[in-house]
Design a binder for this molecule. Structure first.
Ligand code: HEM
Length: 407
């Protein structure tokens, strides 16, 4: 049995996941936080569990919650009054809130945002292009999604650097002391509540105004719900996209043949390949290693294993997406892969609401980066790259690169 949650595991968890898939596909473990949870690693079981209504998202169902031991969820969310958001609730509340937010956060609104994301990517690259080296996490992958979602929500430009700082606090503290994250969460939440209050009654066409106005059969979001919703869009859409850009760039840099294919597609404006490439990068080394928490509400079996009410269940997306029972040659990065129903965005009613925006940002970020800096290369040995801590996400702490300076 390979060790879980060690340094080696964080660098490359895939061999351990292969072992679990083969020998203990639904496996009870003690997480670094001390909480016990089941890990589900096979694709078929994972897909079924993600859509199983007997697995609740609401932490009140956690058996340890009653004893005050439950260390699950977003740090600081209790004190910031953030418990009622999509990733913490079940139908019928989930159905109602998701329908309302879907009215504001539409694929059309996302598509209209494309020129703005291009502009942002170009501006960030302008910041380091003449220097010949950069840390792509801090200077590119990290600021791009935070500015993008701030713009979309309608956070005024002069306040966006505050969000960058708060988001930085969240990422720096990921997996570490929870105090810093809790403080950042509270400040962000307070700012959003105030912004929503100010925008009520205005007729802006930003996403926050859309959330305020969205109505379904006469129902609207309360100010509190709108603030929690704006926050979860930021929270769920931020580190995930940082990791898509970071892990995706690293995967391309460390697979020269696939990188050549990507750059040839860019030169030929082959948008079909660029699209399948982003999906494959998500499958191969996706941003979300484990789907967010689920709790059994009744005795049930998952993959033949009995699970008791109150047990936490973690679906390991990173393991499911390398399952040889579902994907040919799962450990090979193949940008042309077409049969690619990966679980990187989840599955079922909690399927990623931001997938269209994530795809847009991932596509534009990688295309702009490799288009403008075609000789991009790693500036350190892969073994020197450090990963960020934290259970749910999988991403790099930094990504130092070099290239021929461009003026
Ligand atoms: C849900 C992945 C970007 C907003 C999810 C889930 C996954 C996921 C796996 C389901 C979690 C579960 O079932 O436990 C990703 C990845 C992203 C990304 C890989 C980037 C590459 C975004 C963006 C936004 C966003 C940009 C919004 C701006 C959400 C929301 C949910 C969600 C609101 C909760 C949906 C619900 O519970 O109904 N995401 N996400 N995500 N995502 Fe994303």
């Amino acid at each position: 049995m390979p060790a879980l949650f060690t340094h080696e595991f964080a660098t490359d968890p895939y061999p351990a996941y292969a072992w679990l898939r083969e020998h203990a596909p639904v496996y009870k473990t003690v997480l670094p936080s001390g909480v016990e949870a089941w890990l589900v690693t096979r694709y078929a079981d994972a897909r079924e569990a993600l859509a199983d209504p007997r697995l609740s998202k609401n932490p009140v169902h956690h058996s340890e919650a009653a004893h005050g031991k439950g260390k699950v969820g977003i740090p600081g969310e209790r004190s910031a009054n953030l418990m009622t958001h999509l990733l913490n609730i079940d139908p019928p509340d989930h159905t109602r809130l998701r329908r309302l937010v879907s009215k504001a956060f539409t694929p059309r609104r996302v598509a209209a945002f494309e020129p703005r994301v291009r502009e942002l990517a170009d501006r960030l690259i302008d910041g380091f292009a003449a220097r010949g080296h950069a840390d792509l996490i801090h200077e590119f992958a990290f600021p791009l999604p935070i500015y993008a979602i701030c713009d979309m929500l309608g956070v005024p430009a002069e306040d966006q650097d505050d969000f960058r700082d708060w988001a930085g606090m969240m990422i720096r503290h990921g997996g570490g002391p929870r105090g810093g994250v809790g403080r950042a969460v509270k400040r962000m939440r307070a700012y959003l509540a105030e912004l929503i209050h100010r925008k009520r009654g205005e007729s802006g066409d930003d996403l926050i105004s859309g959330l305020i106005r969205a109505s379904d059969h006469g129902e609207q979001l309360t100010e509190n719900e709108a603030a929690a919703m704006a926050f979860i869009l930021l929270f769920a859409g931020f580190e995930t996209t940082v990791n898509l850009i970071g892990n995706g760039t690293y995967a391309l840099l460390s697979h020269p043949d696939q990188r050549r294919l990507f750059q040839d597609a860019l030169a030929a404006d082959d948008t079909g390949l660029l699209r399948t490439a982003v999906e494959e990068l998500l499958r191969y080394d996706g941003p979300v290693e484990l789907a967010t928490w689920r709790f059994a509400t009744e005795p049930m079996t998952i993959g033949g294993q009995r699970v008791e009410p109150g047990d936490p269940v973690l679906v390991v997306l990173a393991a499911a997406d390398r399952d040889p029972a579902r994907f040919d040659d799962p450990d090979t990065l193949d940008l042309t892969r077409s049969d690619n129903q990966h679980l990187g965005y989840g599955h079922g009613i909690h399927y990623c609401l931001g997938a269209p925006l994530a795809r847009l940002e991932g596509h534009i970020a990688l295309a702009t980066l490799f288009g403008r800096l075609p000789d991009l290369r790693l500036a350190v040995e892969p073994s020197e790259l450090r990963r960020r801590g934290g259970l749910i996400m999988r991403g790099l702490r930094e990504l130092p690169v070099e290239f021929e300076p461009v003026r």
